[in-house]
Ligand binder design. Structure first.
Ligand code: IPE
Ligand code: IPE
Ligand code: MG
Length: 251
């Protein structure tokens, strides 16, 4: 005879650090790698390599805190203006990161997502990105979204094209297009609403990141350079977030 446990109420799990702080989705503009390297009389690429170590630390911390989604701005649609060598260095670092870290993300039930028009990268990088996204598609522990060749204006232009095609196909009436249609046509359609947007390095601008999604996000600027950012720095940002009064236009 099979043993059957008596029906008892499932124990309520203790709230995670992220839940205690009321945050589900944090996005970070990882800025200051070049200045970090310059301070040490190192080439800019050394700053980018150190930046990857910060990505590892912060992604682990976000997971341990129980954040549903961490979105990282890794390469903007304007970063193509940089010297060819730096673009090649960044692409190489990205490929190495996926190869080295994918197993860990997958083992920890992390779903990897990409926002931005990543197909502009070289073919072998695109193949690695797509394989990583495909392999982790079914993971439901948390989401790590990486912004690659991402620009909010480009994202909106692509969303408008998608919606225009649906209108032309007779699927949607022009008058019916509302906020939800636009949200659903953006790269972030399946991500939770953005709670907190962090930028490191002391710059106080959004540099074309998540302009639509940041409508009611809280903003947090720190002078820390990205390679110096870590789990404690993320916890400090969440502590600041917890003290904010979010009103969403109400009282
Ligand atoms: C951020 O660091 C990384 C990327 C934009 C890829 P930067 O390379 O912008 O570093 P700074 O701003 O020159 O210090
Ligand atoms: C924003 O940083 C892009 C990323 C962090 C990937 P930038 O360094 O490119 O931004 P600006 O040029 O200072 O605005
Ligand atoms: Mg910068």
């Amino acid at each position: 005879m099979r043993f059957r446990a008596m029906a008892s109420p499932a124990p309520t799990p203790a709230p995670t650090f992220a839940q205690e702080h009321g945050a589900r989705h944090v996005a970070i503009i990882m800025d200051g790698n070049g200045r970090w390297a310059k301070k040490r009389f190192l080439p800019r690429v050394a700053g980018h390599r150190a930046g990857v170590e910060a990505v590892r630390k912060v992604a682990r911390a976000a997971r341990q805190m129980g954040l549903d989604c961490l979105t990282l701005y890794a390469f903007s649609s304007e970063n193509w203006k940089r010297p060819q060598q730096e673009i090649a260095d960044l692409t190489g670092i990205l490929k190495h990161f996926i190869q080295a870290d994918l197993d860990e993300f997958h083992a920890n039930n992390v779903r990897l997502r990409v926002i931005g028009d990543y197909r502009a990268f070289e073919a072998d990088a695109v193949a690695l990105i797509e394989a990583a996204v495909e392999r982790t598609r079914g993971n439901d522990g948390s989401t790590l979204a990486i912004a690659l060749n991402y620009g909010a204006q480009d994202e909106m232009a692509r969303a408008v094209r998608t919606l225009a095609a649906r209108v032309a196909a007779g699927e949607v009436a022009p008058d019916a297009i509302g906020i939800d249609h636009i949200s659903a046509a953006l790269d972030t359609a399946d991500l939770p609403p953005l709670d907190l947007l962090i930028r490191t390095s002391g710059e106080q601008r959004l540099s074309n990141f998540l302009l639509w999604q940041a409508a009611y996000a809280e903003l947090y600027f720190t002078d820390m350079l990205w390679p110096d950012f870590d789990g404690d720095a993320l916890a400090a940002a969440l502590a600041s977030f917890k003290e904010r009064e979010r009103r969403f236009g109400g009282l």
